[in-house]
Every structure is written in structure tokens, then in C-alpha cells.
Design a protein around this ligand. Structure first.
Ligand code: NAG
Ligand code: NAG
Ligand code: NAG
Ligand code: NAG
Ligand code: NAG
Ligand code: NAG
Ligand code: NAG
Length: 381
């Protein structure tokens, strides 16, 4: 058995469990706004079926899922099946814009519009959340703090997703070690750690054994930030790992690494290994070299409201000196009717500054190497 967690649009959680016989699953998603109270204020946020975080889908490897999505929200959106390989049938994969998970005190669409207009970095969030709740360390948030209950001696599987937009995070559980067993839909060689670093869109599965004196222990996450002098959200989100039948106690906080602790981040990522040796394909026809850049463009009119980056500039990112601009009228799939590999930075603001490229993948030999035709109901732009 194997379990994967993915996120869609930062709103949904999908769990796929691998086994043999295939089944069909039918789901109906209604995307709509819902009023939610966090950090002492009530806001309308986009939800799936009124849930925040969104619904969990449980399926096995090889199962078919038929998901009917109705958009009853105020924005044009697409649902993106992050982490799923849609072999030969990418028509409903829908990568477009991603929406919020970090908690902004503002409407996230206006943040996006503002950053596209001004050329400046987006405003930073005011809180991170765990399963939709900021946790005890924020104002007006104690009531909602998420609790995970365990029996002493029990081993639990935690599926951790960073569904934030722009921030890499450190995550730790007070006094407990974690054993990493999977990442991004693949098993890993078990690796023991006190802290993990997880990037936007990444998923990590860990086992945790409740082997400490019965009590309450915070799980906490906060920023891992490497860009010097760039503003970032330096708050800490928490949930509580709570032993059943414990004596009353205040939860213990884990010590998280310093925001700029690259040594800890690198030590964690460099220990990740596949279950078995991976054979890397050695014979290739084309060798591509990518140079990735993030920089500043001098504005012709530095006093323009469209020029609010540092010192009369706009931020721009590029791959091989080209900044990617999403088409506005026709989707790439529609324009080319072939596979598209959208290679992009997973820091959302970098993507919006152009850090992406689209590889058009031609059909190969025979049906198994060809994209199937689009469904008749594929929405036209
Ligand atoms: C959504 O897209 C349609 C069709 O392109 C457009 O007419 C409409 O103005 C858009 N709505 C919003 C809220 O952007
Ligand atoms: C971003 O922050 C600035 C300064 O606090 C504020 O004036 C602006 O309205 C914010 N942008 C959005 C879209 O909320
Ligand atoms: C977070 O930043 C604020 C203001 O920039 C600062 O006052 C505060 O001490 C910082 N908190 C942490 C935990 O670094
Ligand atoms: C990390 O930040 C601290 C100050 O908060 C600074 O003293 C230290 O030099 C920084 N380390 C690195 C590797 O940048
Ligand atoms: C942008 O402006 C800076 C400061 O005025 C200048 O040093 C730099 O050469 C300019 N860059 C380009 C590409 O014009
Ligand atoms: C902006 O200009 C100031 C003063 O010339 C300089 O110290 C600073 O490094 C510049 N910032 C950037 C991002 O170029
Ligand atoms: C990058 O693109 C700009 C704008 O097209 C061009 O002026 C510049 O020469 C290019 N630089 C390189 C290294 O190709």
C-alpha cells in the first residue's frame, strides 16, 4: 500500500491509495465563497463544497475519478490536479492560476492584480495555517487550533503538504522525531529527522511514534527564507499532537531553525534517497541548457505607478532570457493540440514574473505515445 497527497488550487486534498482492482469514483465539487472567521476578522474565501481545507478524495492507484466541478464563485478559475500524471489525457489538468493558502488579510485576487500592475513583490501573508487554522500563537485563534489525538505508543502517518504560495517552510514536532517515508507520490528510503523543510506544492509523508511522556506537543511551521532583505511572513503556525488520557499540560513548543538556516535545510534535503537505485536514461537526442534568472527591469518612467519595484524598477524573472507570459485568448493546449510540459518555478510570485517555459511535446510513434483528442465538451477560450 502506498499513499499520495496532492493539492489542487491549494484548496483540495486528494489521497490516492495504490492497490490492484480498479474502481470508479464520482464526485461533485461546487466552488463557492464562504464566510470564515480567522484572526478576529470575517472574510469571504473560496472553498470547495464549503470546506476549508477542501474535501479529501480517497482512491486507489488505477481507479478512475469522474469529478464534476461547478464554479459558483466570483472568479474565473481552473482546478489543477497537482502531482497527477495525466498520461495521454492532459485536457483537464488545468494549470492556470493558483490561489491562496497562506492567510492574507486581503482578497488574494487583488494581491495578484496589484503585483502584476506594480511590478513589485506581492504583500506578504499575515499568517500560515495548519488544516486551515493559524493556531495558538495568533490572536483570536486558540479556539480553532487543530488537534491530532494519539495513543501512547502508537505510530501515525502524517501527510504534509505545503500549499502556501510563496514560502518554503520548516516543520517540526516538539520532542518527536519523524521518519520520512515518501515525497511527491514516491516512496523514499526511511530517513529520520527532527525538522523538515517543505517547498510550495511539495508533499512529504512522515511516520511519527508517540514515544514521549503522555502530554501535549506543538507541531509548528515557520518560514525558511533565503532572499536577503526581502520581506517575509515571520509568524509561526501550530497544531497540537495530543496524547489521549494525558495529564493536563501546556503544549511544548519545538525549537525551529533560524529563518536563514540553509545548513539545516540542505542537510534535510540531501539525505533523501529513493527506495532503489534509479537508472537514469543516458542516450538522448537533444540536450537543453536552461539559465534561470530573477532580476529588475529599469522603467522608462520610474515614477509611474507601474514601477514600484526597488529604485524605479519592476521585478522580472526569465528562463534563457525570456520571461514567460501566459496567453490570454487561447490556451496552449488548444493552440497546439499536443502535449505541453509547463516547466515553472513553484514560488508563485516568481511564476507571475515569468519564471516558466512551455515545452511542446510532439506525439511519438503509435497510440501509446500520442495525446488522445480533446473531449467534445472541452471549454473553448
Ligand atoms: C470570466 O471569463 C469570461 C469569458 O472569458 C469573461 O467574459 C468574464 O468577464 C470573466 N469574469 C471574470 C470575473 O473575470
Ligand atoms: C499591500 O500592502 C500595502 C501596504 O500595507 C497596502 O497599501 C495595499 O493595499 C496592500 N495590497 C493589497 C492588494 O491588499
Ligand atoms: C518578525 O518581524 C517583526 C517586524 O518586522 C519583528 O518585530 C519581530 O520580532 C519578528 N519576529 C520574529 C520571530 O523574528
Ligand atoms: C542568519 O541571520 C543571522 C541574523 O538573524 C545572521 O547573524 C547570520 O549571519 C545569518 N546567516 C546566514 C548564513 O546568512
Ligand atoms: C538600470 O539602471 C541602473 C541605475 O540607473 C543602471 O546602473 C543600469 O545600467 C541600468 N540597466 C540597464 C539594463 O539599462
Ligand atoms: C537602490 O538604490 C540604493 C541607493 O543607490 C542602493 O543602495 C540599493 O542597493 C539599490 N537597490 C537595489 C535593489 O538595486
Ligand atoms: C536578453 O533579452 C534582452 C531583451 O530582448 C536583450 O536586449 C538582451 O541582449 C538579451 N541578453 C542576452 C544575454 O541574450
Amino acid at each position: 500500500m502506498k499513499t499520495i497527497l496532492c493539492f489542487l488550487l491549494g484548496l483540495l486534498t486528494i489521497i490516492v491509495t495504490f492497490a490492484s482492482a480498479s474502481e470508479n469514483h464520482y464526485h461533485q465539487f461546487v466552488v463557492r465563497t464562504k464566510s470564515v472567521k480567522r484572526l478576529c476578522k470575517t472574510r469571504n474565501i473560496l472553498t470547495v463544497n464549503g470546506q476549508f481545507p477542501g474535501p479529501t478524495i480517497v482512491a486507489r492507484d488505477g481507479d478512475n475519478m469522474v469529478i464534476k466541478v461547478t464554479n459558483a464563485g466570483p472568479y474565473n478559475i481552473s482546478i489543477h490536479w497537482h502531482g497527477f500524471r495525466m498520461l495521454r489525457n492532459p485536457w483537464a489538468d488545468g494549470p492556470s492560476y493558483v490561489t491562496q493558502w497562506e492567510w492574507f488579510d486581503r482578497d488574494p485576487m487583488s494581491l495578484l492584480r496589484q503585483t502584476q500592475f506594480t511590478g513589485a513583490p506581492p504583500n506578504v501573508s499575515v499568517a500560515y495555517t495548519m488544516n486551515g487554522q493559524p493556531g495558538d500563537l495568533y490572536r483570536c485563534s486558540s479556539q480553532g487550533t487543530v488537534r491530532f489525538q494519539v495513543y501512547a505508543g502508537e505510530t501515525i502517518l502524517l501527510r504534509i503538504i505545503n500549499s502556501g504560495l510563496n514560502q518554503e517552510l520548516f516543520f517540526s514536532i516538539a520532542n518527536h522525531r519523524m521518519t520520512v517515508v515518501g515525497m511527491d507520490a514516491a516512496y523514499t528510503k526511511p530517513s529520520n529527522t527532527r525538522v523538515l523543510m517543505i517547498g510550495p506544492g511539495q508533499t512529504i509523508n512522515v511516520l511519527v511514534t508517540a514515544d514521549q511522556p503522555p502530554g501535549r506537543y506543538y507541531m509548528a511551521a515557520r518560514a525558511y527564507q533565503t532572499a536577503m532583505n526581502a520581506a517575509f511572513d515571520n509568524t509561526t503556525t501550530t497544531a497540537i499532537l495530543e496524547y489521549k488520557n494525558r495529564p493536563f499540560s501546556r503544549p511544548i513548543l519545538p525549537v525551529l531553525p533560524a529563518f536563514n538556516d540553509t545548513a539545516t535545510s540542505t542537510a534535510f534535503t540531501s539525505r533523501i534517497r529513493g527506495l532503489s537505485k534509479i537508472k537514469v536514461f543516458q542516450n538522448f537526442d537533444v540536450s537543453l541548457l536552461f539559465t534561470v534568472g530573477l532580476g529588475l527591469i529599469n522603467c522608462t518612467n520610474p515614477n509611474s505607478p507601474r514601477c514600484q519595484g526597488p529604485n524605479g524598477t519592476r521585478f522580472a524573472a526569465s528562463i534563457n532570457n525570456n520571461s514567460f507570459v501566459l496567453p490570454r485568448t487561447t490556451s496552449l493546449m488548444q493552440a497546439y493540440y499536443q502535449g505541453i510540459w509547463f516547466l515553472h518555478c513553484h514560488i508563485d510570485s516568481h511564476l507571475n514574473w515569468g519564471l516558466a517555459t512551455a515545452l511542446l511535446v510532439e506525439n511519438g510513434v503509435g497510440p501509446s505515445q500520442s495525446v488522445i483528442p480533446p473531449p467534445p465538451d472541452l471549454p473553448q477560450c
